[in-house]
Write a protein that binds this ligand. Structure first.
Ligand code: MN
Length: 153
């Protein structure tokens, strides 16, 4: 064990962990998102992966994006809706969501409570692509997706 090693144990309180910084969701100024924070819980170089905790305030949402890397998500608190590909799903605590490569995805906190989720991801990953107006128009041809993207499901 060196000074650089992470602690063996971090205590949790209200979805905050000792010594884990609450960060902005992302630094990319191009991307549209609302009311969401990020905490990197594990980033062990030996595992080539990261486990992050995101929390979306009621009415907030993650960026609509796609990329080559995949996401594996566990909803830890609250409920809401997600878009994965052409599917809009109701999501609730303890649900699992797998986002495949190059698949449009977005998470929305559509309930009264924050939506908190763990997201497992590659440590080295490609930069997310944002939809063009044509991509959005294509998605919005499906009424359920159009309603979701407007925030009204
Ligand atoms: Mn993503």
């Amino acid at each position: 064990m060196t000074a650089a090693d992470p602690p063996v144990h971090r205590k949790a309180k209200s979805y905050r962990w000792d010594g884990v910084e609450v960060l902005p969701y992302k630094e990319d100024a191009r991307a549209l998102f609302k009311s969401i924070t990020r905490q990197v819980l594990f980033a062990d170089p030996a595992q080539e992966s990261e486990l992050r905790y995101f929390e979306v305030a009621p009415g907030g949402f993650s960026t609509l994006e796609r990329h080559e890397h995949t996401h594996n998500v566990l909803i830890l608190r609250g409920s809401g809706h997600c878009l994965v590909g052409h599917e809009v799903r109701e999501i609730a605590t303890n649900d699992l969501i797998a986002v495949p490569a190059m698949t449009w995805h977005q998470f929305r906190a559509t309930g009264q409570e924050p939506l908190g989720f763990l997201c497992m991801v590659n440590a080295t990953r490609d930069k997310p692509q944002l939809p063009t107006p044509d991509d959005v128009a294509g998605l919005e041809r499906d009424k359920r997706i159009a309603d979701f993207l407007r925030g009204s499901r």
